[in-house]
Design a protein around this ligand. Sequence first.
Ligand SMILES: C[S@@+](CC[C@H](N)C(=O)[O-])C[C@H]1O[C@@H](n2cnc3c(N)ncnc32)[C@H](O)[C@@H]1O
Length: 176
Amino acid sequence: MVYEPREDSYLLAEEVKRRAWGKVLDMGTGSGVQALAAEKSPRVTDILAADVDEEAVNFVSSMRINAVQSNLFENIEGRFDFIIFNPPYLPNHPMDDVVAIDGGPTGREVLDKFLDECKEYLSEQGEIIFVQSTITGIEQTKKKLDELGFDYEIAAKQKIPWEELVVFHCRLKPEL
Ligand SMILES: C[S@@+](CC[C@H](N)C(=O)[O-])C[C@H]1O[C@@H](n2cnc3c(N)ncnc32)[C@H](O)[C@@H]1O
């Protein structure tokens, strides 16, 4: 199922348009909304879109966006200046099989794995930007970013029924 862009997508896309630069990776591309937003930034040189879902990869490829099927970074090579992710971030029941929104039993599994792995794919000045919901623990994310050595800012927020969406913009702390 190709995820139809929603509030989370548009909130993130606005920040992507303003901030994306260099070589961009749009992880979990879905409809390609973030890759298309990145294309609008004059500072962007290259865009690669990735999704675990073959249908999403075919969909964005049909828009002539360079795309690869990949479970997170499994099939990704090289380093990127700007990595975007709108992860599946809702806690889900193991019987439900909706990969676009299923963030695992706690809702954090995919996001946490992404955060653990993304460092290896960032250029020296590289940045990541992602969106998540208050439902799955903003404080936990801040703690994890601290532990992984990221500086971060909250780039945007939006209240919607039941939750608030929060966009994190992060870069690795310079090594001392
Ligand atoms: C919430 S949707 C976001 C789609 C689009 N980027 C947007 O902003 O509207 C999450 C996307 O992540 C993809 N996804 C889920 N698990 C993934 C994984 N392990 N690796 C790569 N993509 C994944 C889903 O297929 C889906 O397209």
